[in-house]
Write a protein that binds this ligand. Structure first.
Ligand code: SAH
Length: 511
């Protein structure tokens, strides 16, 4: 059966500006054809199962010509795939969206269009510039600064100046002198406010405020980071008054999150709430242990004993452990086999994961790590108590060592899941580190540090500012030479607080 193409606007960068419809469509994609301008946060949402085709320009690399892109879309759809064509901003605003549809129409390939938030309006908004304001203008014009193949412009500067509206130029940085010169020659007041807005809606967002008369000289004195837009009009003067983006505590901070995907979302939301740009780069994932026959037998026997009231304690050491254990338990039996068993959790996250199954913890240690759990739980247990500990195959040995010091405890440990290192297919972790683009990386376990190190093999880890959940995680980061900060408590709130503190220190050092 023939497939379908969705032409989807990814928005200007901030993943929060990607539409709900876009996300829905992306989740169903078999193939994603994407551009260089698609935000890194949006790229992070591309599902594992989707095949990736890069269609943008990138220094030194080959890229698809427009006709080739059109053909890729056609052929992938004809092969029966759900094809998502992801474009920066809105697909129809200087995005060649129209051209990409022509071949599809010719061949009767069905398609849908998902509009996106355009940089032309959103980037000014993120800089406190409303593109229209009743007191200053009655129109806004969006213009391409790109020259035609014969190096001439299609821009009627006289007409633009006459409108007295706000002018937004995309793709105009290379042509900045021509644009300002053209406007002045057409009679625009040299004192007309003007701005260059760089890398809008990302952590690297910055702006240059000047006038049409001075903008060229001001820009020549610095390096303008692209992508950038040029805005000309009285509304630019409102930027100082309405600026909001950079006032949030974590504005301008790009953070890499490394925990497994399913656990990331709450932390990501907390950090975004405070203004950080968050990239989810899961460094590990968990999988049921490979040797399933042996695992099945051990687990079945343990569940039998559990149901028989053999165990006094069930000890869980991570939210993933809770999920894997409860999946198995509920597949074979029901929650009643936990009747009478006391529950111990290593910390907040694990406690919350259990609460999700309607289970309340009887014991959480004073410090959320394996060693403290072992030491304190050993004291809590009655003499001769029997404990069931389902956990990762590479679980921390300190837990068992400390528990063995308890009064004649029987400890049944089951290796329930493997921790597998992961790396992103779309984002280049090594490049994010070496370029200094990433400000911080957040680690919630020693295994996330190891997975991260593997995914960025060869990177200069001394450049990584690592915010760690606890001592063991921190020790692992230090082994690689990272600069480290450790949360006071092993909770997401405490981790967020530590990141804010680290970001404030860094800002102070840069000033
Ligand atoms: N379809 C896109 C525009 C494509 S043309 C949209 O609707 O936004 C590419 C131009 O868009 C760039 O040259 C730059 O001028 C502008 N642009 C895109 N993203 C931007 C961003 N995050 N910050 C500043 N300008 C951006």
């Amino acid at each position: 059966m023939i497939g379908k193409v969705w032409l989807v606007g990814a928005g200007p960068g901030d993943v929060g500006l990607f539409t709900l419809r876009g996300r829905e469509v992306l989740e169903n994609a078999d193939v994603v054809v994407y551009d260089a301008l698609v935000g890194q946060g949006v790229l992070g949402l591309i599902p594992e199962k989707a095949r990736l085709i890069f269609a943008g320009k990138r220094a030194g690399n080959h890229y698809l010509r427009q006709e080739q892109t059109n053909e890729v879309l056609l052929n992938e759809a004809l092969a029966g795939n759900n094809v998502v064509r992801l474009k920066g901003g809105d697909p129809f605003l200087f995005g060649r969206g129209g051209e990409e549809l022509e071949l599809l129409v010719e061949h009767g390939v069905p398609f849908e269009i998902v509009p996106g938030v355009t940089s032309a309006v959103a980037v000014p908004a993120y800089n406190g510039i409303p593109v229209t304001h009743r007191d200053f203008c009655s129109s806004v014009h969006i213009i391409t600064g790109h020259k035609r193949q014969d190096h001439t412009y299609d821009i009627d500067f006289d007409a633009l100046v006459r409108t007295e509206g706000t002018l937004v130029f995309l793709m105009g940085i290379a042509a900045l002198p021509d644009i300002c010169g053209g406007l002045l020659a057409a009679g625009m007041d040299p004192d007309m406010p003007a701005a260059v807005l760089e890398r809008g809606t990302t952590a690297a967002q910055d702006r240059i405020l000047a006038t049409v008369g001075t903008l060229e000289a001001v820009c020549a004195a610095t390096t303008v980071q692209t992508p950038a837009i040029i805005v000309v009009g009285k509304v630019c003067a409102l930027a100082d008054q309405f600026a909001w983006y950079e006032k949030r505590p974590l504005a301008g901070v790009k953070v890499l999150l490394t925990r497994p995907r399913e656990l990331n979302s709450r932390l990501a939301a907390m950090l975004r709430q405070k203004g950080a740009e968050v990239l989810e780069l899961p460094a590990i994932r968990t999988e049921p242990c490979a040797d399933t026959a042996a695992l099945d037998a051990a687990l079945d026997a343990a569940l039998d004993r559990l149901a028989d009231g053999h165990y006094h304690w069930l000890v869980l050491t991570s939210p993933s452990g809770v999920r894997h254990f409860m999946d198995r338990l509920l597949a074979a039996r029901d929650i009643r086999c936990l009747t009478g068993v006391k529950l111990a959790a290593i910390g907040e996250g694990t406690r919350k994961a259990l609460a999700g199954y309607g289970l309340r913890c009887d014991f959480v240690p004073s410090v959320y790590d394996a060693e403290t759990l072992g030491t304190e739980l050993a004291k809590e247990c009655a003499a001769g108590a029997r404990l069931l500990i389902p956990r990762a195959a590479i679980g921390n040995p300190a837990l068992i060592e400390k528990l063995r010091q308890g009064p004649g405890l029987t400890i049944d440990e089951i290796a329930l899941y493997d921790t597998v290192y992961e790396s992103s297919r779309v984002l280049d972790t090594k490049e994010l580190i070496d370029s200094g683009e990433a400000d911080f990386a957040v680690f919630t376990s020693a295994s996330t540090v190891r997975g991260f190190a593997q995914s960025a093999d060869g990177a200069d880890f001394t450049k990584v500012r690592a915010v760690c959940i606890g001592r063991q995680t921190c020790a692992e980061a230090e082994k690689l030479g990272m600069q480290t900060w450790t949360a006071e408590k092993a909770t997401l709130d405490s981790l967020t607080e530590k990141l804010e503190q680290a970001a404030a220190e860094r800002r102070a050092a840069l000033e």
